[in-house]
Design a protein around this ligand. Sequence first.
Ligand SMILES: [Zn+2]
Length: 148
Amino acid sequence: MDHRFQDQQYRLSDFQQEVAVICPVCTKKATAKADYEAQTVRLICTHCGHHREVSNCLTTFGIRAHYRTAAHVYLDLPLWYETSFKNEVFWAYNEAHLLYLEQYIGAKLREHKDRTYFTVLEKLPKFYHDSKNRDALLKIISKLKNKK
Ligand SMILES: [Zn+2]
């Protein structure tokens, strides 16, 4: 098995447009999808059929504007892939993000291209990088992957 990990230099913004959230109606997994061009954010639950659409307007520091942030923020919904780990919170925006973290945490050898200080991996809290947390984190990830 190849444990080398090639950092694909993802940024959080690469994952934020489609976010897995907890459906406010049936509490199952729903999807929040932001369309920054159309300035709308759509919530779709395939389990119960709940859906709604909001604008991507947010008020920050008293200024109302179209901000580009993670899709669930506009809907004010909790993330589906989120769980506590020790005194920290482990989370991922969506399955692709979760799998990316799994790949990173599971890798024994890590390669980084030129550091930009903006990628997902470089922004992670310290506990993600701590090799003594590896097994526990992988367990959490596998639990989240099978969450229903
Ligand atoms: Zn639902």
